[in-house]
Design a protein around this ligand. Sequence first.
Ligand code: FAD
Length: 406
Amino acid sequence: MTRVVIIGAGHAGGTAAALLRQYGHEGPIILAGEEPAAPYQRPPLSKSWLKGEADLEALLLRPESFYAEHGIELRTGVTATAVDAAARTVTFADGTIEPYDALILATGSTARRLAIPGADRAGLLELRTLADAERLKAALGPGRRLAIVGGGYVGLEAAASARALGAEVVVIERMGRVLARVASETLSAFFTAWHRREGVEILTGAEVSAFEDAGVRLADGRVIEVDAVLVGVGALACDQLARAAGLACENGVVVDETARTSDPAIRAIGDMTFRPVPTHGGHRHRLESVPNALEQAKQAAAAIVGRAAPTPEVPWFWSDQYDLKLQIAGLPDGADRQLVRGDPDVIGEGASFAVFHLAGDRILCVEAVNAPAEFMAGRMMIGKATPVDAAKLVDPSVSMKQVAVG
Ligand code: FAD
């Protein structure tokens, strides 16, 4: 019987374990993770959980009893320190050596740290784990002043939640706009305006040069005085085990459409992978999203049990800030123009619009704010490579259903 070991009990690893059983795998499954909790969802850590609207139970992917009930040996608080690909064993920090027939690496990503003076100060906050989120929550409250270094999704979501808790927030972004690496200028301008309306101070083109007792020092000499600092400057693939084991790695562990690494007995899934995206020319990307973790968990579990590979999915992502629901499908690389449906200048009640990124008459990506129909139809059209009539697409009086049929 195939013995499967999964390293990393996060969103991808926890899902893969459950799917293996669902797909009929009968052999042993060992799901080993460094964190003390059973697999849980991270998205609420910057959203509902941070605001106090969800408890730990609500975060868990599955009830804790699920794993034993399904013959999955969940080991929490254990760190894998080495993979011996030739011997097919994993070594853990406590000296335990675990043999495998199939290994799934699902070690996720870690918060990137800045190489500047004071970056190792004990009080600096980051936001990847439940423990991080607990520290952040303890630092927030009415009258507290929080600096968020980095205007990415996690930073902006934390800013919105911190405002809901009554804290003052200043977002410090090095680039000329927030979300610069991950969204269109239209989206950046919209979210900047919305956060400012909610009382968040946003500094762009502001380089942090040091963390000091008083707060955050900027390259231009200014010191932003705050009570707490959250650093949210991106995440790096946790691929050290894979590299040390000799697996091919670039921007993460290189895998194929079945989550297979350069070693046929080892699959890798989730944030740690550099994976092909079939709906976008098969080019490799490192995607940090729940839908990606779920899709690759399916790929790995299907391959291990000998089931047909799942149909490739269009990558997608969401972010919730205030009453705004942002949904993004597809990838904008290779687009030659952007079309906007709805009015992104409405900063207040009734805000709803979508930015479509096109190459010729095909949609490559849709960024939809409070616009679920645009998101759904856009995602479907990306998947099917449906040609689109631009005039209809930008005309809100033409329903997205009609747009989708051409
Ligand atoms: P993880 O869930 O990070 O799990 C990896 C696990 O592996 C961790 O528990 C880690 O401790 C463990 N591990 C690492 N090394 C070892 C080792 N050597 N031995 C044992 N265990 C190890 N995505 C969205 O789509 N929408 C969102 O709105 C969204 N919001 C987010 C908000 C926050 C605050 C964060 C942090 C992420 C958010 N994401 C969101 C991203 C999403 O949570 C990740 O893409 C997803 O968790 C990836 O799953 P994973 O299993 O690859 O990694």
